[in-house]
Design a protein around this ligand. Structure first.
Ligand code: ATP
Ligand code: MG
Length: 366
């Protein structure tokens, strides 16, 4: 699958632009604030109907224009296809077209141009707090498994209601009567999440280990471990067993939850760790090791999505090149041989053997 060409009109700082891409690596170079990230945003939006940076659709419409247009020709699902979006400045809803026909729901375009984005903040994912890693895992898993997405939404809903009960019980002890019901449901849905996550992290870890091996010349052994509630002995156990394990942990923390008025136990605290040849990365990893491992994770995510859909998502690498040492830059530019890749960078003179360089200045393609 690959994006063959893109047409932009009044999108961000682009007046009108048309650009052809290579099926391999497309290196997008230009000074700061010229429109490199905007271009990636357009590609990502075209495939998902979602922006990774805009809060409101109208932000993407060029200042002073009434509407923006993004159109792309794509080879996908073994045929030529096209996607087109019209985004309006006011409250008028956007319009979506697939192969010229107007579509009502985003669901009707999903799978045509899946993308995976990697930006500088992602480089630090293994050094940051558990919440960031959970978000990374959840986002990837939701894309892979719609049922997981539904379960996660349900879990968060119950969790919120339980939080409210815990906060309210000091003033109104009667609310505690419904707490057991929420706890039971939380454990059931939580067990489902753990079950999905165990399988997902296993696959992700294996694929990432392969990439990390290529990156580091096989010098380090990458291992990912999924961490969940301590009473869960085996996250691959049947969901009924996981539910019991969660109930056990909950009972032990029942008092503490009431006293602190916080949901202390459950998979909303899950995390994962990465070690290199047995040494924990979060505590001991160097910058280069951390970054390499993070890119390996992202490439692994892309591979899992590709396996699921039969086509590898387009990889969007925004501004990560300058954060890497020359050896790792070479890997990113010249060794990611599968699928289509977009890489933005500010430094002129960068070169890829696997595709072409596109230069951008003030919202124009040179
Ligand atoms: P950097 O190297 O600093 O990351 P970049 O090339 O990625 O730069 P972009 O983030 O793509 O730069 O943004 C380029 C410019 O687009 C910014 O100067 C911004 O002001 C402008 N811009 C953003 N939204 C709009 C809009 N709706 N209309 C016009 N210009 C916009
Ligand atoms: Mg940028």
């Amino acid at each position: 699958m690959n994006l063959k060409s893109l047409y932009l009109r009044d999108f961000r700082n682009y007046g009108e632009a048309r650009v052809e891409f290579e099926p391999g690596v497309n290196l997008i170079v230009g000074d700061n604030a010229q429109g490199k990230t905007n271009l990636l945003e357009a590609v990502s939006y075209l495939g998902s109907g979602r922006s990774f940076r805009a809060m409101k659709t109208s932000e993407m419409v060029r200042f002073g224009a009434d509407f923006a247009e993004i159109q792309g020709d794509i080879f996908s699902q073994e045929r030529d296809q096209s996607l087109r979006f019209l985004l309006f400045n006011g409250s008028r809803p956007r319009q979506i077209f697939r192969n010229g026909a107007k579509k009502k729901a985003l669901g009707e375009i999903l799978g045509v141009l899946p993308t995976v984005l990697f930006c500088p903040e992602d480089l630090l994912i293994l050094k940051m707090g558990a919440a960031q890693r959970r978000r990374f895992g959840d986002t990837a898993l939701c894309q892979l498994r719609p049922n997981y997405d539904a379960a996660l939404t349900e879990y968060n809903r119950i969790l919120e209601q339980k939080s409210r009960i815990l906060k309210d019980h000091f003033e109104n002890p009667a609310v505690l009567a419904i707490l057991p019901e929420y706890n039971t449901r939380l454990c059931q849905v939580g067990a489902l999440l753990i079950s999905y996550r165990a399988r997902f992290y296993e696959g992700l870890g294996k694929a990432a280990a392969k990439y990390h091996g290529q990156f580091s010349g096989g010098a380090e052994e990458f291992a990912l471990q999924y961490k969940t509630v301590s009473t869960v002995g085996d996250p691959f156990a049947p969901v009924s067993k996981l539910t019991e394990d969660l109930q056990n942990h909950l009972e032990r923390h029942y008092r503490a939850e009431l006293e602190t008025a916080q949901c202390l136990t459950g998979p909303h605290k899950d995390d994962f760790t990465v070690s290199l040849s047995g040494i924990d990365l979060k505590s001991y990893g160097s910058q280069g090791q951390t970054r390499t491992a993070a890119i390996s994770l992202k490439l692994a995510q892309r591979e899992l999505m590709g396996r699921e859909w039969g086509e590898e998502p387009v990889l969007l690498l925004d501004d990560v090149l300058s954060e890497l040492d020359p050896g790792r830059q070479d890997f990113v530019l010249n060794q990611i041989v599968s699928g289509q890749v977009f890489i933005t960078c500010c430094e002129p003179g960068r070169f890829t053997k696997l595709g072409k360089t596109i230069e951008i200045r003030k919202g124009s393609i040179l």
